[in-house]
Design a protein around this ligand. Structure first.
Ligand code: PBG
Length: 304
């Protein structure tokens, strides 16, 4: 049998996630272990550590090279942290599977709680959402740009560059670092859309790979990812807008929670709705409700 080529970025977290996908395929007896091939692809986002460029390029910086490899047939699928995948994807690419969602929360590292941070504490994050959510509660906090992979950020914290940082619980756990920091409840810090979700994409016309990947898809997680991403689409938001969204499923009912904030956290609004998991009206209704009630400071972040 030909090898099943799984494309991924080369960061330790990305490689771990690609290996998880490979292991799921092996466990489901879809692919033999010796037929799994992990193909590492360097993206512009890995090369360029400059914020300005990241802002111009947006999330595509992390996906473009993998998309190209996928469409060229150099890989059979590509593994992504779904929270880093652009809202609007090329027609030729399909989200074939999402693995069972991990802990959706953020973890605060460097202090026991947001309240207990010292006055004017310095927090390292490059997430506009986390910055705004922190400053909503603690306007005194100083936010500094913090990039690099999870290990780099933990090293910068250990070196005393900042008082604290925030990282997704899911990423930490996958790297075996679930011991660091304290989980922040979702009612204090609603996570990024699709946080904690590993997605696998393949060519939309590749029926063979689609069928293989369907075997490792978690439909509940997939429905939540779809709802959160549809909310972003309705909002026309990109990753540089302070926006949070979380869909949860219980007893067949999907609850979609969402929050928009101004960059300084001074303005914020929340909405939540319940309904059928695959109802496309739900994410749109939440987006519409938020935009209708948004003050100008927030509304202008979501125009265009
Ligand atoms: N933007 C980087 C990124 N993309 C996905 C994760 C964590 C894993 C996940 O949310 O699935 C992280 C690191 C972080 O935010 O701490």
């Amino acid at each position: 049998m030909a090898k099943f080529r799984i494309g991924t970025r080369g960061s330790p977290l990305a490689l771990t996630q690609a290996n998880m996908v490979g292991q799921h395929l092996v466990d489901a007896e879809i692919v033999a272990a010796q037929d799994v091939e992990i193909v590492t692809i360097r993206t512009t986002g890995d090369r360029v550590q400059d914020r300005a460029l990241a802002e111009i390029g947006g999330k595509a910086l992390w996906t473009k090279e993998l998309d190209r490899a996928l469409l060229a047939g150099d890989i059979d699928c590509a593994v992504h942290s779904m929270k880093d995948v652009e809202t609007f994807r090329p027609d030729m690419i399909a989200i074939a599977a999402t693995l069972h969602r991990a802990d959706v929360r953020d973890r605060l590292i460097g202090a026991d709680s947001i309240e207990s941070l010292r006055q004017n504490a310095v927090i390292g994050t490059s997430s506009p959402r986390r910055a705004a959510q922190l400053r909503k509660i603690r306007p005194d906090l100083q936010i500094v740009l913090f990039r690099g992979n999870v290990e780099t950020r933990l090293a910068k914290l250990a070196a005393g560059e900042v008082d604290a940082t925030l990282l997704a619980a899911a990423g930490l756990a996958r790297l075996g670092r679930d011991d660091v920091g304290t989980a922040i409840p979702i009612n204090v810090m609603l996570p990024a859309p699709a946080q904690g979700i590993i997605g696998v994409e393949c060519r939309a016309d590749d029926a063979h790979s689609l069928a293989m990947l369907k075997a490792i898809d978690d439909p509940q997680t997939h429905a939540c990812a779809d709802a959160e991403r549809a909310f972003l689409a309705a909002l026309k938001a990109d990753c540089h807008s302070p926006v949070a969204a979380l869909a949860t499923l219980e007893g067949g009912i999907l609850t979609l929670r969402a929050e928009l904030l101004s960059q300084d956290g001074a303005h914020h609004l929340y909405s939540q709705i319940e309904g059928a998991p695959l109802d496309p009206l739900l994410p749109r209704a939440v987006a519409q409700d938020l935009l209708e009630h948004a003050p100008p400071e927030i509304r202008r972040l979501f125009e265009g």
